[in-house]
Design a protein around this ligand. Structure first.
Ligand code: HQG
Length: 177
């Protein structure tokens, strides 16, 4: 299940071409088409199994369209997709989890989106800590989102509560002592 969920992330965020799929401009692909492509290139997957992955995913990374005919990843793309989340006013404070080895560069250049579409921010320090932990001992940075928004930076929020913005200049970051 985890392996399949990772493969689904990979296909829907980065490399649909790997199994011969093309996503539309908002990242959607037909469920039947996806299942067919999966079954041709990997083990066969049923609609029920796909539903289990989408529902069972710890971070709600995927969603079906309202009619259930299409599926997409909710964030994390490196592909050029327009997710169409409306800009929203962020909470005053947001958090970003990273590791010590990144700090010198972040102090200099701010938080950069890298390969991803956007910088990912969390509403809680605990969640950010979990994100940082993927790379080592976590360091949690505080982002002054209210001041960023005042300065004209746009924020969007995914349906699973991840806040997205293109770049966080270092002046808006509070580093731990
Ligand atoms: C760091 C997972 C040097 C940044 C997680 C991070 C999250 C810089 C890494 C989601 C930098 C990028 C996103 C700079 C940022 N210099 N390092 N100027 N600016 N960095 O994976 O935020 O499992 O692209 O601190 O749970 O770690 O994919 O971003 O360490 O929600 O659903 O560069 O990915 O979710 O790494 O994680 P990532 P992230 P999924």
């Amino acid at each position: 299940m985890i392996r399949r969920s990772k493969l689904l992330s990979y296909v829907l965020r980065h490399r649909p071409d790997e199994i011969g799929l093309v996503l539309d401009s908002a990242g959607w692909v037909g469920v039947d088409e996806l299942l067919r492509a999966f079954s041709q290139k990997h083990d066969p997957m049923s609609r029920g199994e796909l539903e289990d992955i989408v529902r069972g995913n710890d971070k709600a990374r995927f969603a079906f369209s309202d009619d259930g005919k299409r599926i997409r990843a909710l964030q994390g793309h490196s592909l050029d997709v327009e997710l169409e989340y409306e800009p929203r006013e962020p909470p005053d404070l947001l958090f970003h989890g990273t590791v010590a080895s990144r700090l010198a560069s972040i102090r200099e250049r701010g938080l950069e989106r890298g390969r991803r579409h956007d910088v990912h921010l969390s509403t809680s320090a605990e969640v950010a800590e979990g994100v940082g932990e993927r790379r080592g001992r976590p360091v949690v940075l505080e982002v002054d989102a209210a001041r960023m928004a005042d300065a004209g930076h746009a924020f969007r929020c995914t349906p699973n509560g991840v806040w997205l913005t293109e770049h966080v200049p270092a002046v808006f970051i509070r580093f731990p002592d």
